[in-house]
Design a protein around this ligand. Structure first.
Ligand code: ADP
Length: 738
């Protein structure tokens, strides 16, 4: 035995490719073959010595080929294994979406758990809110915490109002609104003033109860004194809004558009718009409002739930007739009549992005409360329903955003007088199933994670304005993950970050929210306490002789109390985000007098971020090697600078706004970023100097370009830093296409 082993061992070393031929001292004689497994080893091992070079090369190439095949086989097996992993969807709380969701899950060959599952599922589909039920940390859920609250009529109007104060021109798509009861007097005064200024102005207003839906409790008025809820103002909060009295009509009927929007992620912001939606028609020919027709709901309100009860409601299986049609059929009609349909789409995309930007700051506050950063938690996405009205000139107006748009694919039909039954609705099915299925395709947990990130980089950096290959990317990703192939192109079109460049300057309120979140301190709260506010003032060095700490305390108490009364939270303490923004606006106006509000606020936010950067920088330098220290020059945002400057503060501002300490980045990455920023900034500004933040101009802080849309970008995460830097804050295309 030992003798046999002794013969085999020296020759059984693996064959590693063409080796040297038989050299001096090597035997050219073939070794007699041994038995069994050792036999093959002897032959292969002996090749070195026995076979001619060509034969050894052929053998090596065969070996390589075999190894390649083995690798391919293993890859295929793993792909098949992955493909076999069925995505589990918990639909037990899907409510009215159940039917459409079931169809989609079947189409995707995923697995539905209609009564829930003992083990955790990949996706939880909730019918109402994030809090509908328990969700696993590693799962995805189709609702964001706080979305329900934020899309209520009053909260949404407030969020848009804040944006209107800063960007009045950009937020004209939302009708002028007043919140009742708190702004009743303001409403009366403003209307009187407007009438005095323009005697031909004969407005109509629509009163909508907060939290109402399906047209419930809505009525029209001509004069502020007509508000019915005056008697019980405190019990019935509502929004009173300018009524769009000249809508675009088709067949003399008023209609609105229900558009589906997927908010795939809030950090980084990712928005998709469905290419098709629904148009819901009134059932009585439209007349401009007057006191004789105010009460005619079938003429003024487009709600399906109301009009379906009118004798004139037309159920149709066709997408382009009847009282509910696809939006694409309307666009086709408009196009035939020679209207510029692309412009309509472009305006709608702008409206959607701006509306979501208004919602995001508060959503982030809710998000950190329920899913604290850095802690495990579910990933959220949400389909929103945008209700849009086209004015006579085809300009879109936003009526409201629905956190829970109906995903029902049946409609009510009167089968006998007063007896209604649900029957399948082909138009609803066509639009809604596509929206849900493509949402699932986009969030598919078996897909490679980098799809959307790749897209965003490509879109924002290079392909702005082009209808690029996002569905190609999706299909490739689906194919590579072994997911279902040969799907139609996605019906959901990415619009953000695709159009980041044109909208990034609106993110100033989000930056205020990030400051707020940073000082919230204890997780699980939506309100900033007095200590948190003082710490914010101290850390950002906002207190000075003009604003001593005593005044800061008074400011806090005043604003916090006012907002708690406004929000009906009288007994509660703490400062909500809206109150914090109020405080920021107030301090900005005091500090930067004689500038427009937007510039004042921007300057203050820059200043605060700079102070936080400086602090983070201190920590950063503390932990760094000494040779790096001299290269990091901090530039005060309110002091002029000269000569070449380092852009490190910019990097830090970005990381600060993301609550990510620069010191948490690996050195190489850090240096790389600074280097790449230097390169880009130099390319943008040959002088190599960075214009001071917020000093006198709203121009690009890199190149001193005074372009109004050149504002400071807020960054969502480190990954997107490079993307955003490449945008360099220059606006170009202003049309967005579907
Ligand atoms: P709800 O949530 O109760 O449906 P909406 O805000 O959607 O409330 O309003 C219901 C309907 O009233 C809309 O579908 C639309 O037809 C009409 N409407 C609402 N606001 C306006 C407005 N400002 N101008 C014209 N019509 C409006």
């Amino acid at each position: 035995m030992s003798q046999h082993a002794g013969q085999v061992e020296p020759q059984s070393r693996p064959f590693l490719g063409p080796g040297p031929g038989p050299g001096p001292g090597r035997s050219a004689q073939p070794t007699p073959p041994a038995k069994g497994k050792a036999e093959a080893a002897i032959v292969v091992g002996a090749a070195d010595d026995v076979f001619p070079l060509a034969a050894r090369r052929a053998l090596a190439s065969l070996n390589r080929e075999a190894a390649r095949q083995r690798r391919a086989q293993r890859a295929e097996q793993s792909r098949r294994r992955k493909a076999k992993r069925t995505v589990a969807v918990d639909s037990s709380r899907a409510k009215t979406s159940t039917e459409a969701l079931r169809i989609c899950v079947q189409q995707l060959k995923w697995r539905e758990f209609p009564t829930g599952r003992h083990l955790f599922c990949d996706i939880y589909w909730h019918g109402v809110s994030f809090h509908d039920g328990e969700v696993s940390c590693a799962s995805q859920v189709n609702k964001y915490p706080g979305m329900m609250e934020m899309t209520r009529k009053i909260n949404f109007s407030r969020a848009v109002r804040t944006m209107q104060e800063l960007f009045p021109d950009e937020y004209k798509f939302y009708p002028r609104s007043w919140i009742l009861p708190e702004e009743y007097q303001h409403f009366v005064d403003q209307v009187r003033l407007s009438k005095e200024n323009d005697s031909s102005w004969k407005p109509t207003f629509i009163v909508k109860p907060d939290g109402g839906s399906q047209g419930d409790g809505i009525y029209l008025i001509k004069d502020s004194s007509d508000i019915r809820i005056m008697s019980s103002l405190h019990s019935k909060p509502a929004v009173v809004q300018e009524y769009i009295s000249k809508p675009f009509l088709i067949d003399r009927l008023k209609f609105d558009i229900r558009l589906y929007v997927l908010l795939k992620s809030i950090d980084p912001l990712e928005i998709y718009i469905a290419k098709d939606g629904l148009s819901r028609f009134c059932t009585e020919p439209y007349q401009e409002p007057n006191s004789r027709n105010f009460h005619r709901v079938f003429m003024h309100l487009t709600n399906y739930s109301l009009n379906v009860h009118s004798g004139n409601f037309v159920h149709s299986d066709s997408a382009n007739t009847g009282s509910k049609r696809t939006f694409s059929s309307i666009l086709a009609k408009l196009s035939l009549r020679g209207y510029d349909v692309k412009k309509v789409w472009s305006d709608i995309i702008t409206l959607v992005i701006r509306a979501i930007i208004a919602l995001i700051p508060e959503l982030k506050v809710y998000h950190q409360m329920y899913i604290p950063p850095g802690k495990p938690g579910p990933t959220c996405f949400q389909i929103l329903g945008f209700d849009i009205l086209l004015m006579k000139n085809l300009k879109p107006v936003l009526l409201e955003v629905n956190a829970n748009p109906s995903m029902r694919i049946e409609h009510e039909q009167e089968i006998a007088p007063g007896v209604f039954e649900y029957v399948p609705s082909p138009v609803d099915e066509e639009v809604k199933v596509a929206v849900i299925r493509d949402t699932l395709r986009l969030i598919d947990p078996t897909l490679k994670k980098n799809v959307s990130q790749t897209q965003s980089t490509e879109y924002s950096a290079e392909n702005d304005g082009e209808d690029t290959t996002e569905s190609d990317a999706q299909s490739k990703s689906e194919a590579s993950s072994g997911a279902v192939q040969n799907w139609p192109p996605l019906c959901l079109k990415q619009v953000f970050p695709k159009y980041t460049r044109q909208f990034s300057y609106l993110l100033i309120v989000e930056r205020i929210a990030l400051l707020f979140i940073r000082f919230l301190g204890i997780k699980g709260t939506l309100k900033l306490g007095p200590t948190g506010f003082r710490t914010f003032i101290r850390t950002c060095k906002l207190s000075n002789s003009n604003l001593p700490m005593a005044s800061v305390d008074i400011l806090y108490i005043d604003i916090a109390r006012r907002w708690n009364i406004i929000r009906g939270e009288r007994g509660e303490s703490g400062m909500c985000l809206q109150a914090f923004m109020d405080a920021i606006f107030h301090m900005a106006q005091r500090r930067y007098k004689s500038q427009p509000l937007r510039q004042q606020v921007e300057a203050l936010v820059n200043f605060c971020e700079y102070q936080l950067e400086a602090l983070d920088e201190k920590h950063f330098l503390h932990n760094r090697t000494p040779d790096l220290k001299p290269s990091l020059t901090m530039i005060h945002p309110e002091r002029p600078r000269s000569g070449a400057v380092s852009n490190v503060h910019l990097l830090n501002r970005m990381s600060t706004s993301n609550r990510l300490l620069t010191s948490s980045l690996p050195v190489s990455m850090d240096k790389q970023h600074v280097k790449s920023m230097n390169r880009r900034v130099t390319a943008c500004s040959p002088a190599g100097s960075i214009s001071p933040n917020g000093r006198g101009s709203l121009g690009c802080r890199f190149c001193r370009n005074n372009n109004q849309s050149c504002s400071v970008v807020g960054l969502n995460d480190v990954r997107s830093q490079q993307v955003k830097l490449t945008q360099m804050l220059h606006s170009c295309a202003t049309w967005y296409s579907m």
